[in-house]
Ligand binder design. Structure first.
Ligand SMILES: Nc1nc2c(c(=O)[nH]1)N[C@H]1C(S)=C(S)[C@@H](COP(=O)(O)OP(=O)(O)OC[C@H]3O[C@@H](n4cnc5c(N)ncnc54)[C@H](O)[C@@H]3O)O[C@H]1N2
Ligand code: MOO
Length: 406
């Protein structure tokens, strides 16, 4: 029996094993998921310092002449003490002298031979950056389950944290099956075609932060598919395409069966992509996608990406949608929930006009897709829809409803 999209996703999240961990240096952390909390060891700034190139002065000297004694630069270990009637020239980022009440920017003073004349209005603490005002020692900077982006690297570097514990990236093996398929580096006869699914999944899995192995293209024979499965079993996820329908040469699930394949679902109430199959061999997850390229790519977006998120250790492991409106009217056949690719321009969603599961061109000009509920056969222009991006990440901590209904 076919499962619903929600049931399929639930089975995916329930049956995806925990990841193992490793320690990595800061320069290699980008895209990994933290497997430990990170606590600040130092205040930031670690000393009171000047926010401007200017003069360290006393507030009571407002409107008066102050004698400039010397200059402090960023990086100087100043132990000076400021006294009334005097000013110490100071550069941005330099440690302020003891007794400083405010910093006056260079452009706000009048220079004279005897010193500088200070403006009338001086305020206590103006242009001073205080120790710990950005980060306090002991503050939890990052936590287990966060995916590391460039601005998290900023925090780690600010603390001199050089090595952290992360989850290993999901390791994905890709292969396709079909006697008609040739690789892009081979020549094709008039009755053959290039395997476009495997390079698509390979690149997309890399984009999604995985280590990827391309195992090859198998012939439609049990023996050859067995060989490809054996070569892929050391990975966290095997993604295949082709051979999952009811044709005389559709051996994929049978071939996996020889390795103790535990199938969680092998049909989904979805169009395209009905024969999409998910299961496990030991600790290795398996996603068998249909051969039709658009069906395969869209189902990889929805189910493949969910498996990868579940495997990554990322706390924000659920796909999320952006609510927008339709750019045009859209008519479709009622029946099964339908995946429709299209382009979201930041304002509205333009569905791809005419597409079928065997096409390869629709996704190249799309940046998202919508899932239209089976109860809907017409979406009017301006109707509210939920787009799921294919070109940028948008995930959330909580599972959300991804389906657009009237
Ligand atoms: N009698 C039925 N026939 C079909 C049904 C059905 O329910 N009853 N379902 C159709 C649907 S829907 C799909 S989807 C396909 C799925 O078939 P398979 O997964 O077995 O895929 P293949 O037959 O191997 O190939 C389908 C199609 O896609 C091309 N293909 C396959 N692999 C690749 C690749 N790596 N790169 C590019 N193109 C690929 C292949 O040449 C075929 O044209 O079954 C329907 N039939
Ligand atoms: O289900 Mo097929 O995947 O429609 O093309």
């Amino acid at each position: 029996m076919a499962v619903t999209i929600e049931e399929a996703l639930e089975l995916i999240y329930k049956n995806t094993p925990n990841k193992s961990l490793k320690i990595l240096p800061l320069e290699q952390l980008l895209g990994y998921v933290l497997c430990e909390d990170i606590v600040a060891k130092h205040n930031l700034p670690s000393y009171d310092n000047s926010a401007m190139d200017g003069y360290a002065v006393k507030v009571a000297d407002a409107g008066k002449l102050a004698k400039v004694t010397h200059t402090i630069f960023a990086g100087d270990d100043s132990k000076d003490e400021l006294e009334s009637g005097f000013a110490i020239k100071i550069m941005t980022g330099a440690k302020i002298p003891f007794g400083t009440e405010c910093i006056v920017p260079i452009e706000d003073v009048t220079e004279s031979n005897a010193g500088i004349v200070l403006p009338e209005n001086l305020y206590k603490n103006r242009h001073i950056r205080f120790c710990g005002e950005d980060i306090k020692s002991g503050y939890k900077l990052l936590h287990k389950g966060q995916r590391i982006h460039a601005h998290h690297i900023t925090l780690l570097a600010s603390q001199g944290i050089s090595h952290v514990k992360v989850y290993k990236k999901p390791k994905v093996a890709i292969f396709a099956s079909g006697n008609e398929l040739k690789m892009h580096f081979e020549s094709v006869e008039s009755y053959q075609l290039y395997n476009t699914n495997s390079p698509t999944f390979y690149s997309r899995a890399l984009e999604l932060g995985c280590e990827v192995e391309f195992i090859g293209t198998a012939h439609d024979s049990l023996e050859d598919i067995h060989l490809h499965i054996k070569s892929a079993l050391d990975c966290d996820l095997i993604v295949t395409s082709g051979g999952v329908s009811v044709g005389d040469a559709d051996f994929t699930k049978e071939a996996f069966g020889a390795f103790g394949y535990e199938i969680f679902f092998d049909k989904i109430e979805i169009k395209p992509g009905k024969p999409t199959t998910f299961g496990k061999i030991g600790n290795t997850c398996v996603l068998n996608l249909p051969g039709n390229p658009l069906a395969a790519a869209l189902n990889f977006e929805l189910f493949g990406q969910s498996i990868l998120l579940a495997l990554s250790g990322d706390e924000s492991k659920y796909l999320n949608a952006i609510e927008t409106k339709m750019q045009t009217d859209y008519k479709l056949k009622k029946g099964r929930r339908t995946l429709v690719p299209g382009f979201f321009d930041g304002n509205s969603f333009a569905p791809y006009e005419k597409f079928s599961p065997g096409m390869i061109s629709p996704l190249a000009t799309s940046n998202s897709y919508i899932i239209i509920d089976n109860s809907v056969d017409f979406l009017t222009k301006e109707a509210s829809v939920k787009i799921i991006p294919t070109r940028f990440y948008f995930t959330s901590k909580e599972s959300s409803d991804l389906v657009s209904s009237n």
